[in-house]
Design a binder for this molecule. Structure first.
Ligand SMILES: [Zn+2]
Length: 78
């Protein structure tokens, strides 16, 4: 069970993946360098991805995902 503090809410709009808010610089609605297929590949921890936010170059290792959240390997929420 991954704690909520490690979770990053996301939305898929027009086949693009957006973070609702960057956990590093607080920018909202950040277009992520991920495809929807990358996200579904992570369901259940089947794939892990190093994500670099384009807004501030903050990076986080994503280790799991579901239909609402990307899950990092460490706390990213304050
Ligand atoms: Zn940022």
């Amino acid at each position: 069970m991954i704690p909520l503090r490690n979770s990053l809410p996301y939305d898929i709009v027009m086949n693009e993946v957006y973070a609702q808010q960057c956990p590093f610089c607080d920018r909202s609605h950040v277009l992520l360098p991920l495809k929807p297929e990358d996200v579904t590949d992570m369901y259940g921890g089947r794939r892990k991805i190093m994500l670099v936010f384009p807004c501030c170059h903050g990076s986080v290792r994503l280790v799991d995902a579901d239909s609402d959240y990307l899950l990092a390997n460490r706390p990213i929420r304050r």
